[in-house]
Design a protein around this ligand. Structure first.
Ligand SMILES: Nc1ncnc2c1ncn2[C@@H]1O[C@H](COP(=O)(O)OP(=O)(O)OP(=O)(O)O)[C@@H](O)[C@H]1O
Length: 409
């Protein structure tokens, strides 16, 4: 079922059966309003659901990959059970660390949502890791983020992201600064390993990792880095035979104990064009500040003295790709160099992450508290006007700039 952003439809179960949307049960006795969503309603034992409103597209699918997905879930749950019985502190007490790989629009995020919801409904609390910097299902795009799942995702609003662990990469493609992407992957993986070591239940519940859809060339190299950094022991490949075959070969040396499983593509997953993806990114940034339609938020606008803050860029700013350099030359720009930026009009409409770093040197290894959007820069007065999620002092003085901008009001 799909609808345009401005039209709404509602779903409500009508009889005793149950129906779910990507693993979340449709609530009984109330309707769920949805706008701008593409989703599938699924029932295992039959359920009558009423649809009110006008979805742009609505059909009954005659084929579904759900049986394969639920098999994968059951295998993961078995691994969790075994891990929970292993001796504390042993390697065996680590539950499945699963990476979901596949081309764009093959349904990777959807599969993560299904597996996460089903795990939570079976009493586990896996960590969901989103490395798809182009979309961002936990917080704004451009982030590597982790969220311990404690309850099923809301049908309309997705996961409730009260306490995510977020590193800001700052770009919508991992190819913009692959070295930074790898560095942040390593940091996030190390933090999750520490968390698992301290909490046996968390360790047994395992990790579900959503990746980006770039699976050739450098994209593929980065996917292999993810598998190694998070020590993934299960890799689920959506649909693509070529990716599956290449990984099968490479995992023999990279990670021989990793189990590789090919799964069919999510039936209704539809291709999104570049402008749709851009609009979706903007929508995620808007939602960060203004909340979802079901729970609107009121952001605060505040003007701060530029001298009280310090804006840093990681890497040396927009750089020519190696392919644009003369033959044989390589870009010498240090991709991890911190560059302090004076307040200028260049910052207008930029999304800045507020780092928890106590010093500039700690920016690369620190997670971020949240984000602000630059609405105005007054170089004469030395002030910045920022849209912030809440009023009050910012939780850190070091702000990180990437290449993400937004023109939301
Ligand atoms: N069975 C389905 N029926 C209807 N819509 C679906 C179904 N499965 C997925 N979708 C929708 O298709 C779109 C693409 O799916 P999804 O985001 O899971 O793909 P993806 O592989 O993670 O994409 P990418 O990594 O390229 O951003 C989403 O809007 C999702 O809600």
């Amino acid at each position: 079922m799909a609808t345009e952003a401005e039209t709404t439809f509602t779903l409500q179960p009508l009889d005793d059966g149950s129906a779910e949307v990507f693993g979340t049960e449709l609530p009984r006795g109330r309707s769920v309003a949805l706008a701008g969503h593409k989703l599938a309603v699924f029932t295992w034992e039959g359920c009558k659901v009423t649809v009110q409103g006008e979805p742009a597209v609505m059909y009954v699918a005659d084929e579904t990959p759900m049986a394969a997905y639920v098999n994968a879930h059951q295998t993961l749950n078995q691994r969790r059970e075994e891990a929970s019985k292993a001796a504390p502190g042993s390697a065996a007490c680590r539950g499945p660390v699963v990476a979901v790989l596949g081309p764009t629009d093959s349904g990777k995020s959807t599969l993560c949502r299904l597996l996460g919801n089903w795990a939570v409904r079976s009493g586990w609390q896996p960590v969901f890791v989103d490395l798809d910097v182009g979309q961002g299902t936990i917080t704004v795009p451009g982030c590597l983020a982790a969220l311990p799942l404690e309850q099923p995702a809301d049908v309309a609003d997705g996961w409730s992201a009260d306490i995510p662990l977020v590193f800001y990469y700052g770009h919508s493609s991992p190819g913009e600064n692959p070295q930074l992407f790898k560095t942040l992957c390593d940091k996030l993986a190390a933090l999750l390993a520490r968390r698992a070591a301290a909490d046996p239940r968390a360790a047994a519940s395992g990790v579900l990792i959503n990746t980006f859809g770039w699976v050739d060339g450098l994209g593929y190299e980065l996917q292999k880095h993810i598998i190694a950094a998070f020590q993934c022991d299960v890799v689920l490949v959506m649909e693509q035979d070529r990716l599956h075959a290449t990984l099968q070969q490479d995992l023999k040396t990279l990670s021989p104990r990793t189990q590789l499983v090919k799964l069919p593509k999510s039936g209704g997953a539809v291709k999104r064009e570049a402008d749709e993806r851009r609009a979706a990114r903007d929508g995620r940034i808007r939602e960060y500040f203004y909340g979802p339609p079901s729970a609107p938020l009121q952001p605060a606008t505040q003007t701060v003295r530029a001298a009280d803050l310090a804006v840093y860029r990681i890497g040396s700013g927009p750089r020519a790709p190696n392919t644009a350099l003369p033959l044989g030359a390589v870009s010498l720009a240090d991709p991890l160099r911190l560059q302090n930026l004076a307040p200028s009009l260049e910052l207008l409409q930029c999304l800045l992450a507020v780092s928890h770093a106590p010093t500039p040197e700690a920016i690369l290894s620190s997670n971020v508290a949240g984000f602000v959007l630059v609405k105005d820069v007054d170089t004469a007065r030395g002030t910045l006007t920022l849209t912030c999620p809440a009023a009050g002092q910012l939780p850190g003085r070091y702000l990180v700039l990437g290449s993400l901008r937004s023109s939301i009001d």
